[in-house]
Design a binder for this molecule. Structure first.
Ligand code: IMP
Length: 429
């Protein structure tokens, strides 16, 4: 997708997350200079497999596994410092040096232990099925203008007094919510005092770094987390995450103007999954749903929860194409469908007997739609060894052509396995 015209590219999930963005970013990062995470936090679990080693990155951009790539945690991310440094340490243990090539926006907000306590307490009443990483409460604090940012660590005295207020507030809320848990001020102070000397040398005006890189003609990847249907504005509200996962959020969360972005790659699985609560119109009953879960290893990278599995939903992807302005599609996990005799694809919805072509605003309505299926022929031959479209069984090519037609977005990549080399780049004109 990088070419003479595209130097700044966004990669977004075009379903409910877990589409395989980590692998795509890893593959594309080979040609990139800079990779930026622009939203979300440790709720993400981007999986990259190199040789026999699997890396699950929650906070650090997936480009870090390429020695020549600089990585940035943008201002739109909520940073859980202990997870971040845990990941850096793990990378170091595996011989991957990150020195001098990772930066954290000084405007990024911190996720602190009291956010996790609030997340857990609020799940008791509003059962959204969150990842429990404190994401919602951290963004609430950000928009409520009481967040603690990386830059606050530059003046620890100030940070202490902010903490005193925030911990007290959190404890009042916990009490109101009937939670027996309480946050400890001392524990929070100790955490910030311990981590500030590690964070501050990495803190920078990240937007400036990204802006300069684009201006200098460098290749920049903006790595989205979660998926479009989990976007706080465009997703299946309230069963969403608390950030703008869609491409519009990339400019804001990376700290650059939208005019610098030239392409948006939407990543979709060849089928559909969702973890957590909320409607999933094409959810497949057993045995198909169980078979997809088993073959696709569909268990949450962060929480280990089994993912709900179903068929490809073109209404979802057409919607994602519109709200993201997708310029290309990457279809992942095609190999998981190997061996299915027939593969249903949802082409549209019906509601009370009438056509329903657009995504309804209310989850209750989405829960009532009836998917209209077209059944395509499956293929028996394994696809994991394919490196060109021509290597795929004809039925698999027909399947991809149909996804492209129904989504209205050209397929640019097809992933046929977890390894780096198991990818097909679709050459264009
Ligand atoms: P939160 O982001 O932890 O607040 O969770 C809100 C919703 O988003 C829940 O349904 C989660 O399961 C879902 N979610 C959050 N992060 C991810 C992800 O990286 N992949 C898939 N689902 C996610």
């Amino acid at each position: 997708m990088f070419d003479g015209r595209t130097a700044c590219l966004v990669v977004v999930g075009a379903q409910w997350g877990d589409e395989g963005k980590g692998k795509l970013v890893d593959v594309l990062a080979e040609q990139a200079d800079l990779v930026v995470r622009y939203q979300g936090g440790a709720n993400a679990g981007h999986t990259v497999v190199i040789g026999d080693t699997q890396f699950i990155l929650r906070q650090i951009p997936s480009g870090i596994l390429h020695p020549g790539v600089t990585c940035i945690v943008g201002n739109g991310v909520v940073l859980e410092p202990e997870t971040f440094f845990g990941e850096l340490d793990q990378l170091a243990q595996r011989g991957i040096s990150t020195a001098g090539r990772i930066w954290v926006s000084d405007r990024a907000h911190l996720v602190l232990p009291y956010h996790k306590l609030l997340d857990a307490a609020s799940e008791k009443s509003q059962k959204l099925g969150t990842t429990g990483r404190g994401i919602g409460p951290a963004y609430e604090d950000k928009y409520g203008r009481r967040g603690i940012r990386v830059t606050d660590l530059r003046r620890l005295e100030c940070a202490r007094s902010l903490l005193a207020d925030r911990v007290q507030r959190a404890n009042r809320l916990l009490e109101m919510m009937g939670s027996p848990e309480r946050a400890s001020f001392d524990q929070h102070v100790e955490l910030l005092e311990r981590l500030a000397p590690r964070i501050l040398p990495l803190a920078a005006d990240a937007g400036l770094l990204v802006h300069r890189a684009v201006r200098e003609g460098k290749r920049v990847l903006l790595e989205g987390a979660q998926g479009s249907l989990l976007d706080v504005d465009h997703g299946t509200y309230p069963y969403v995450t608390s950030s703008n996962t869609t491409a519009g959020g990339a400019a804001v969360g990376a700290g650059i103007g939208p005019t610098l972005i030239q392409g948006v790659l939407g990543v979709v699985k060849a089928y559909t999954t969702r973890v957590g609560n909320g409607p999933l119109p094409t959810e497949a009953p057993s045995p198909h749903g169980d078979r997809l879960r088993e073959l696709g290893g569909e268990f949450g990278a962060v929480t280990g929860r089994p993912r709900r599995c179903g068929w490809f939903d073109a209404t979802v992807v057409r919607y994602a194409a519109r709200v993201n302005g997708l310029t290309g599609l990457a279809v992942t996990k095609l190999d998981v469908l190997d061996g299915f005799e027939e593969i249903p694809v949802c082409t549209a919805y019906r509601l009370d007997g009438a056509a329903c072509d657009e995504m309804p605003a209310e989850v209750e309505t989405l829960g009532q739609v009836e998917p209209k299926y077209e059944v395509l022929r499956g293929w028996a031959r394994p696809t994991g060894g394919a490196r060109r479209l021509g290597d795929l069984p004809p039925e698999a090519r027909t399947y991809l052509d149909r996804l492209e037609e129904l989504s209205g977005v050209p397929v640019r990549y097809v992933s046929v396995g977890t390894r780096r080399d198991q990818i097909i780049e679709v050459k264009t004109g």
